[in-house]
Every structure is written in structure tokens, then in C-alpha cells.
Design a protein around this ligand. Structure first.
Ligand code: TRP
Ligand code: SF4
Length: 330
């Protein structure tokens, strides 16, 4: 019996790393007894994006990807953060108990300041407080996130604890779940994170994905000839680690490693096997996704209904919080 919550910013389209590392995990939580809330953090997106058309487009496309990947609007609450204005009100209350100094030391903040020294807006500073409002509003018990988000979730836990201590038990202190898998991109760095063009587009034709792996996938740099033994575990950058995530069963994965170590398979052949594995996962997804391509009205309905459901939960918390801090709506 968990209340699972996770959000994603709408800065771009989903890639295969998000798909394997996050979305497939979200799907697994959809079980009787669990309440799942998956939302698009469109306000958080505004901290670094200033193209309104892109934001609007990304949001709808991500929801299509979510649904095609198996998130079921009947089972999960799928919504846009901005559909729940109470989240920003909660953020305001929480900001009153959050020291500024801690926010300036958050790694994701320092990272963003380094990347955009000319755009250190207040939204970036309060980013984790808004995130805390996202999490605490629906009283999430479990928050699956990538490793980079761990300090933010930790801060939400702290804020909840602090508020409860000062104003009486109000918030649930959620469990963190940082076991989401890291998927390397073509250059071996985390997919989507490196400045290089290292991501695999989940909506690209399989043959285009194959091309990209064959041309750009970094393998074992010390393996110069097919007859050189490779080191799949330590030196293969972009292929073997993905085999471990997508290839059916441990036996086949181990077989690939052994073929590599004993120089019985070339990297090109190994990449072909990988892409065949990726195709098995992506083909059914792409079929469902294609059917959603023109369903913007349906997606809007999903977001509208999801927004209503999320809002009901979050409103309840907001009313409690107002009461605790002494705000009366006249
Ligand atoms: N900051 C998260 C990211 O960039 C997105 C996010 C916003 C989020 N609010 C959240 C994640 C609440 C989990 C819970 O990936
Ligand atoms: Fe990597 Fe496969 Fe090449 Fe070995 S054979 S280095 S596992 S791509």
C-alpha cells in the first residue's frame, strides 16, 4: 500500500534512458492497493526553458509516451503540475521554514548555476521547495527518482520533518527510492545528460537506432581488432551495460560477455544483438505510440481528469497546512 509519486520536467522528449530507467519502473508500481501519481513538472521546466510552444508540445508528447509505455490513466493519476494551483500555495508555506543557505548548497542548483551563470533566477533557488510541495501535497510514501534527484528528495523529507515538529503532524515523510537504473548513452555518459548527442530516441525507427549504435556507440576503446579480447564489464562503454538491461535473461547476457572476453564476437555483431533486444522492447511501444499520435484531445482529457484527482488530494493537505500555520481564507 504505497502512494508512489514522481515527476519529470518537460524540457524535451523522453529517450530510451528515461524509458528503461524511469517509466518502466513507474509501470511496475501500478498494482492494486497502490496509488500512483505521475506528473509533468511544467513549472519546474520554466526555470530553464523559455519557449512556450516547446513546453506545451513536450508536455503532451511526454504524456503520450507515458501511456504508450504502459501507464494507465485508469490506474495512475497522470497530471500537469500547473493543473494544481495549490502546489504553488504549499510551496509558499514551505518556503517560510526552509533556510536559503541550504538551497544554495544543493548540487543540482550549483550545477545549473555553472551551466547558466547569466540566468540564476529565483525559481532555480526555490526549485527543491517546489519539489517538496509536489511530494508532500499528495502525501506520497515512495518517490522513485534518479540519483541526481536524491538531494532534492532528501530536502523534501527534511522540510516535512521540520514542519511536523513545529506545527504538529501534518505531512508524511516519504521514502526515497534511488534504485532507478542508470542507462549509458552512446558515449558512455548517462543518457541525455552529456552535452554530446548521446541519447536514443524511443520513437526513432529501429533501423535508425541500429545505425546510431553502429556508427556512434563507444565500445571497448582498447579492443582494436576482433581478435583482441574485450572487457565487457569495465571497458565497454555503451553496449554491454545496455545488454545487461535489455537482453533476455542472465544466460544470454553472460554468453555475450563470454564471447567478448574470448574474442569470438565482434563489436558490430554485438551491437546488432543489442539493437535486436531493444527492438523487442520498443516495437510494441512504438505501435501503441503511433496510435496515440493524433489523439491530442484524449491526452487533454487524461490530463484534465488526472488534474482533478490530484487536486482533490492536494487541496485536502493544503487546507490542513493553512489551518496549522494560521491562514484563514475569508
Ligand atoms: N526535479 C525532477 C527532475 O528534474 C522532476 C521533479 C519535479 C520531481 N518535482 C518532482 C521528481 C517531485 C520527483 C518528485 O527530474
Ligand atoms: Fe562491448 Fe560487445 Fe564489443 Fe565486447 S563485443 S566490447 S561487449 S560491444
Amino acid at each position: 500500500m504505497e502512494t508512489v509519486l514522481s515527476g519529470i520536467r518537460a524540457t524535451g522528449r523522453l529517450h530510451f534512458g528515461n524509458f528503461l530507467g524511469a517509466v518502466q519502473n513507474f509501470v511496475k508500481f501500478q498494482q492494486p492497493g497502490n496509488t500512483c501519481l505521475y506528473f509533468i513538472a511544467d513549472w519546474h521546466t520554466l526555470t530553464t526553458l523559455d519557449d512556450p510552444e516547446e513546453l506545451r508540445g513536450n508536455l503532451v508528447e511526454i504524456v503520450k509516451d507515458y501511456i504508450a509505455a504502459g501507464l494507465d490513466p485508469e490506474q495512475s493519476i497522470i497530471y500537469a503540475q500547473s493543473s494544481v494551483p495549490e502546489i504553488s500555495e504549499l510551496c509558499l508555506y514551505l518556503s517560510m521554514i526552509q533556510p536559503l543557505g541550504e538551497l544554495e548548497r544543493v548540487p543540482t542548483f550549483k550545477d545549473l548555476v555553472r551551466k547558466n551563470p547569466d540566468n540564476v533566477n529565483l525559481g532555480l533557488v526555490t526549485y527543491p521547495v517546489l519539489m517538496a510541495a509536489d511530494i508532500l501535497g499528495p502525501k506520497a510514501t515512495l518517490v522513485p527518482v534518479g540519483e541526481d534527484q536524491v538531494p532534492n528528495v532528501e530536502m523534501a523529507r527534511n522540510i516535512a520533518g521540520k514542519f511536523n515538529k513545529r506545527f504538529g503532524n501534518t505531512f508524511v515523510v516519504p521514502e526515497m527510492m534511488a534504485q532507478m537504473i542508470k542507462v549509458p548513452g552512446l558515449d558512455g555518459a548517462k543518457m541525455g545528460k552529456s552535452e554530446a548527442d548521446n541519447a536514443i530516441d524511443i520513437n526513432a525507427p529501429i533501423e535508425a537506432i541500429r545505425e546510431r549504435y553502429l556508427k556512434k556507440g563507444i565500445t571497448d576503446r582498447e579492443r582494436l581488432r576482433v581478435t583482441d579480447p574485450g572487457d565487457p564489464y569495465n571497458r565497454c562503454q555503451s553496449v554491454y551495460p545496455v545488454h545487461e538491461l535489455v537482453t533476455d535473461g542472465e544466460i544470454e547476457t553472460r554468453e555475450i560477455a563470454n564471447l567478448c572476453i574470448s574474442a569470438q564476437i565482434g563489436c558490430a555483431a554485438c551491437k546488432h544483438r543489442l539493437v535486436d533486444g531493444i527492438a523487442k522492447i520498443l516495437e510494441p511501444f512504438q505501435e501503441r505510440r503511433a496510435r496515440l499520435a493524433n489523439q491530442n484531445e484524449y491526452v487533454k482529457d487524461v490530463l484534465h481528469e488526472g488534474g482533478k484527482k490530484a487536486r482533490t488530494r492536494i487541496k485536502e493537505t493544503t487546507e490542513q497546512v493553512r489551518d496549522r500555520v494560521g491562514i484563514v481564507i475569508y
